[in-house]
Structure formats: structure tokens, C-alpha cells
Design a protein around this ligand. Structure first.
Ligand SMILES: Cc1cc2nc3c(=O)[nH]c(=O)nc-3n(C[C@H](O)[C@H](O)[C@H](O)COP(=O)(O)O)c2cc1C
Length: 337
């Protein structure tokens, strides 16, 4: 039987040599200007050497106010381009494709100064009270995403991902728990989606390569969004030209999440099969057999690996070895959405 994990995958003009993606992970290791350092070059190039097909560079801030922490990478200024170019060259030289996750932290920005959000609701009692964004600030932020996409293109990235998950700014607009606006950006689900829709439209004026969007497909809160809402959002994302949805969950509000191996795979499965769009699965996927089963069962198109790749840059080799010595079978599982 063909091993899907090690079969190529083409998305628009980009061919990935296998289905393994390094999931975006903030490394809190840039200098105070948000620039790439040698540390990033060693970190990302070693995962390319280890056999991962697509290296997704961590959440990279589109404005200084949008940084999750003061040591985040930035892409808000042309001065960031030189370091990012060196990074994409190294990733390419070592046989992988390069992606970048562009992000704005919204009310979860852990920086000095004011933070902004769709509504003036803090994340928790210890967080800063955010300033409710004016329409002018919304427009400026959409432009910042577009300019970041242009810089990503000049820097040599093959794929761009918008960070729409984990309670950061785009997710804050999507969720009714953090967006109580009365204007065209609040109220209905369609209005909540408008900010992301406008970012995609702006990005597409400068970028025609593959576009991924990471979402949190469950708010884990009775008044929040569930995977059913995300099936609808995914169909809009597809119409608006998103190529793949990277399916994560949670973190728009503090919530206890029950995690177990592959706990987010059912969300990827639902979105892929109900909205008919390519997806990436992420979250406690630790073995080659597990990854292969997800692909064989049509529950995702790409496998995003985070912490296993921190522990072991050669995880793809370990997975290949596992698949040489056992035969994964299509399994019976409950479709639970
Ligand atoms: C140190 C660290 C930093 C992370 N930073 C980001 C990030 O920048 N963007 C993002 O979307 N997710 C981020 N995540 C979440 C991971 O991409 C991934 O979704 C999560 O760790 C679950 O996958 P895993 O079980 O393979 O680790 C981060 C996770 C870790 C451990």
C-alpha cells in the first residue's frame, strides 16, 4: 500500500515532497527589533535537514502592537526582509519549502503600551483592557496584513498562513465571546467573518501563491463557536480563495481543554469532508502510524507537527522507519460532529 505520509502534495504552484509540516511555533528569540537571528537560521534549517517538507515559520507580527511577546519575529518593516530572505534561502537549500504565519495578537499582545481588539473585553481578569478598534484601525490593520504578505513574497516564502486561531486578533473578531460590536464587523456570523474576509481580499492583491488559514474550530464554551460554525466559515474561506485550513482549537477564552492523541483531528475531518476543502491536522500527533491513518482515512491532507519536531528534528526519519516496519490499516472511528 502506498504510504501517503511520504507521497508528494501539490498545492497551486508548490510541490511538497511529503505531507509533514513543521507547525508554527513562537520561539521568543528575535532581537528587540523583531529581526531574524542566527538562532532562527539554525532552528528552522535543522528541521529542513531532518526531512520535513514544509517549514512554517512562527507567528510573525504584522505590526509592533500585534506582537505576542517583545521577542516575536516581525514583518512590519522592510528592514525585516533581509533576515527573512536568508532564512528562506537556507530552508530551500536544505530541501524544504518555506511558509510564514502572519499574525496580530490583538488583546493577547504581551507588550508595553495599549492593546487593541474588536471589543473592549479583556482576556481574563489579569489582562489589559483592550481599546475597541475604530473602523480606521481596522482598515490600517488589514493594510498591515497586505504589506506583510508583500514582504513575505519578496523574502522568498512559498506559502503564507494567516493566524486566525488561539484567541489572537482574527479569532477575536470571529468569536462572539470577544466580539460584541454593533457595526458591520459584529452581530451575525457573516459579520464576524468580515474582518478575515477583508484581510484575505487585501492579501490577494499582492499574493497569488498558496494561502492557508489557521482556525480554532472550537471555543470550548457554551456561548462560543463550535465546529458547526467553522464548517460554515470554511465554506466562505473556500469561496474567498483559501487553499487549506489548518485546524486547531481553543484559547479565545480561558477554558480547560481535554486533550488526548489526535484530539483536534475530528475538527479537521468535519471541515475537510463537510466544506470540501483541504485541511491540515495538528495536535498530539506523535507517530508515523497515527499520521498515516489520518491521511488514509481522508481526515486531513497535511500533518502539522509541533512539539515532536522540537524534541527531534529528524522526526520524519523516525516516522519513515515506523512505516517500514508496520502496516497501518484504515480504522473504524466515530465521526463525532
Ligand atoms: C512553543 C510553542 C509555540 C507555539 N507557537 C505557535 C504559533 O506561533 N502559532 C500557532 O498557530 N501555534 C503555535 N503553537 C501551537 C502549535 O503550532 C501546535 O498547534 C500545538 O503545539 C499542538 O501540536 P503538537 O501537539 O504537535 O505540539 C505553539 C506551540 C508551542 C509548543
Amino acid at each position: 500500500m502506498e504510504r501517503k505520509l511520504f507521497s508528494p502534495y501539490t498545492i497551486k504552484n508548490v510541490e511538497l515532497k511529503n505531507r509533514i509540516v513543521m507547525s508554527p511555533m513562537c520561539m521568543y528569540s528575535s532581537n528587540e527589533h523583531g529581526e531574524v537571528t542566527d538562532w532562527h537560521k539554525v532552528h528552522y534549517a535543522s528541521r529542513a535537514i531532518g526531512g520535513t517538507a514544509l517549514i512554517m515559520v512562527e507567528a510573525t507580527a504584522v505590526t509592533p502592537q500585534g506582537r505576542i511577546s517583545e521577542r516575536d519575529l516581525g514583518i512590519w518593516n522592510d528592514r525585516h526582509i533581509e533576515g527573512l530572505k536568508q532564512l528562506t534561502s537556507l530552508i530551500h537549500e536544505h530541501g524544504a519549502k518555506a511558509a510564514i504565519q502572519i499574525a496580530h495578537a490583538g488583546r493577547k499582545a504581551n507588550i508595553s503600551g495599549e492593546v487593541i481588539a474588536p471589543s473592549s473585553i479583556p482576556f481574563n481578569e489579569k489582562s489589559k483592557v483592550p481599546q475597541e478598534m475604530t473602523e480606521a484601525q481596522i482598515e490600517e490593520t488589514i493594510t498591515a496584513f497586505r504589506d506583510a504578505a508583500q514582504r513575505a513574497k519578496v523574502s522568498g516564502f512559498d506559502i503564507i498562513e494567516l493566524h486566525g486561531a488561539h484567541g489572537y486578533l482574527i479569532n477575536e473578531f470571529l468569536s462572539p465571546l470577544s466580539n460584541r460590536r454593533n457595526d458591520k464587523y459584529g452581530g451575525t456570523l457573516e459579520n464576524h467573518y468580515r474582518f478575515l474576509k477583508e484581510i484575505i481580499a487585501a492579501v490577494k492583491t499582492v499574493w497569488d501563491g498558496p494561502l492557508f488559514v489557521r482556525v480554532s474550530a472550537n471555543d470550548y464554551h457554551p456561548e462560543g463557536l463550535s465546529v458547526h460554525d467553522y464548517i460554515q466559515i470554511a465554506s466562505w474561506l473556500k469561496q474567498d480563495g483559501t487553499d487549506l485550513i489548518d485546524v486547531s482549537s481553543g484559547a479565545v477564552v480561558p477554558a480547560a481543554i481535554h486533550v488526548y492523541p489526535g484530539y483536534q483531528v475530528p475538527f479537521s475531518d468535519a471541515i475537510k469532508n463537510e466544506a470540501d476543502i483541504a485541511t491540515g491536522a495538528v495536535g498530539l500527533i506523535t507517530s508515523g502510524i497515527q499520521a498515516e491513518e489520518i491521511l488514509q482515512n481522508g481526515r486531513a491532507d497535511l500533518i502539522f507537527i509541533a512539539r515532536e519536531l522540537l524534541r527531534n528534528p529528524y522526526w520524519p526519519r523516525q516516522a519513515a522507519q515506523e512505516l517500514r516496519t508496520s502496516i497501518p490499516s484504515p480504522v473504524q472511528y466515530e465521526r463525532g460532529w
